[in-house]
Structures are given as C-alpha cells and as structure tokens.
Design a protein around this ligand. Sequence first.
Ligand SMILES: [Zn+2]
Length: 429
Amino acid sequence: MANVLFTNVRVLDGTGAQPYTGDVQVQGNRILRVSRSSSSATGGATVIDGAGATLMPGLCEAHTHFAWNNAANFDDIQRMPTEEHVLWCAHVAKEYLDHGWTSCVGAATAKPRLDVVTRNAINEGLIKGPRYLAASQEITVHGSLGDETLPHIPYPEYSFGAIVSGPEEMRKCVRMFLKYGVDSIKLNLSGDNFVPFAPAETTWMSDEEVAIAVKEAKIRGKRVSVHARSCESVKQALRHGAEVIYHASFTDSEALDMLEANKDKIFVAPGLSVILKLLYEGEVIGVSQAKAKDMGYERELEAAVNSLSAMHKRGVRVLPGGDYGFSWAPHGTNAMDLQYFVKYLGFTPMQALVSATALGGQIMMKPNELGLIKEGYLADLLLVDGDPVSNLGVLLEKDKLLAIMKDGVFHKEPQMRSGRSSRWTLNAA
Ligand SMILES: [Zn+2]
C-alpha cells in the first residue's frame, strides 16, 4: 500500500485559498494528512522533499475526445479504421495523464464503443490513462452536425454521429449506447460553424427526441450532455434536464436566468479552442481570418465571451477543456483553456485553477472525494516546478510536472537525485 509523505511543498489545495507551505501524506489511494507544518515523524512513509515545489490536485478536462486524432477535419477522424483507432485512444489516454489530467469527461467518441473500451482498459490496468467517464457517439438528426452522409453515400458508418429520426429511433439509439456501457449520452442539439450546412445558431432536434433520450438515460442513472451553441439549444437542454452543456455560446437574458436557476445541477464546458484557433491561427490549416469570419467565428466569439462571462458572474460552473484533438489544438495543449478563461471570460488565475480541480471533482461525480487536497480525498496529485497561480503557462510544460499521482499511485515519480544540492529527493525511510 502506498505510504508517501510530501514535505516542504507549497500546497495549492483547490479551494481557492492561497498556497501555504506544509506536508501532505498519502496512504493507500487517499490523502491521510495535510498539515501546515513539517513533522519529523514520517511514520514509515517514503519521503519526498518538494523543496518548495507546488503540490496541487490533478487537473480535470471536462470536454474530452480521446477519439479525435489531431486531424484537421471530421472525415480524417471518422475514416481511421477501428483497430488503429483503438490503439490511438490508448495512446492519447496516456498522453492526458502525462500532462497532468488525472480526470477526463468523455464528450463524444467517433465509433460506438471506443470510449467504453478505453475506460474499461484504464480501469483494468491494461493501459495508462486518467479517470474517465465514457461517452456515446454524438447522436444527431439528418442534416445536422455529425451527419456526414451524402445522397450517393448513405452509409452511417461514414458519419461522425449516430443519426436518428423521431423519438423511437432515438430511444433505440440511446438504449444501444447504454447497453455498451457509456457513462453519458451525447446529443447534438445545435449546429456548428465548422459545417456550412448547419451553422452554430441553428437548432435541430425536436423536443420529443430530446425528452425520450433524457428519459432513457435517467432510467439507467446515466447523464446527458449536449452540444449546444445556439440560444434555443441551451434552453432546450435546460428544459429537459441535460446536466452537461458544451459550448453555450449564444444566450439571452432568459437563457442566462435558466442557467443560473439550474447552477447547482449543471456544468458548462465551452471548449473555446476551436473558435479562437480558427479565428486567430487558422492560416496554418488554410483557414484565413476572412474565411473564419465568414464562417461566423468572430460573431460567435463575441457572443461566447459575453455569455460565458455572465455565467461565471452568476455562479454557473464553467469548466476548462474542450475539443482538443484537432490539428490546430492537439491533445496535450488543453491547459491553454485556463489561460483563455482568464483572458476572455474574466476569471482570475485562481478561479481558473479551482475550475480545473475542485469543480472537476464535481463533474466527475465525486464531489466529496475528488478535486481537493484534503484529508480523506482521493490522492490525485501533481508536484509542479513553479507557481501556477502566478503563471498558468507552467501547466503546459510536461517537464515542469515533477510528479503525477493518480489514485495514490505514481504515474510519474519525482526524479531520484542524491546529494545536498538535490531539489527533489525520494528517500525510503
Ligand atoms: Zn466537443
């Protein structure tokens, strides 16, 4: 059983309190003791002298797509053969952990069982990866985001989403994903400016379709998450009791009031990277700024900044993460989201960190045992060479993560160094 004592660390506990110097002891998979003073009694623990490095809770990515393969378009993701795709997901799962994301919320996968088998393999110890909530494919309707079929190529396998029409087809589709063992059902309620045939401000599903999907998911105790960029789709999600709203770019005062009224039940994960990267750095993939504006991204950014800033002010839980895994925002660069929250949404760096840790425990459905450095909590910890509060950028640098622990087990052990000049030592007591 693990018995590890971090001494001389700056404890950034995830509550929003300023860091303090202290000790943290881990026993088994939980935090046994947190103290503001150093104790010479080690109780037989392996002692890690942090020499002033920051110890913080592991990060949570609230809008993850393991199956997105860093391609520049949906086709190149969807057409990856299943065998390669499974290996890709295993590879990416480890990459998340390597970058300090000890929890990830699956937001949709590209083939029916990719997320489920990846989660199961992580939990069985076959592959390395974060705690993971597995998602269904994006369920969509004909003509909307995720329907990639063509009149002369009507095969659903070519399509990004699972396409349904009407409540009974929806019921069948949801039940299929529940049978496969997903933790959440994903519905594409709105379109997206990435696809010209269904822009962001359009709304596609009927209330009957959404209602039956939520009903079936809840019967099995599962969660519904939605792709909702349009104002109407945000309201539709709230009317029907979806718990995780992705994007929420367009709102009006009624939508904001509804979001606030449901703030203890819902989570919002905007995934700003797509908008920002295509608008400001799209040239690298052949999207000029003029084209990005034409696609509606300038208008959407302005709306999203207003909507999400207002949500944050009203106490709605807005979490980082989202839609990494495209060529313009590859997996591993997800910590950019914390900086986006500060630059665009009015968060302080500390609020962004709370969002990525304490709120992460909540969206992972472990509100009283994950996301904080607190006695009794699960030991998902990062030892960071630097101060994330004064420099969020440090979280983008893999080498600055001196140690990564998930569930009391080191994914990355601090380097063993000897001699008095060592900053980080690992001594068996
Ligand atoms: Zn997404």
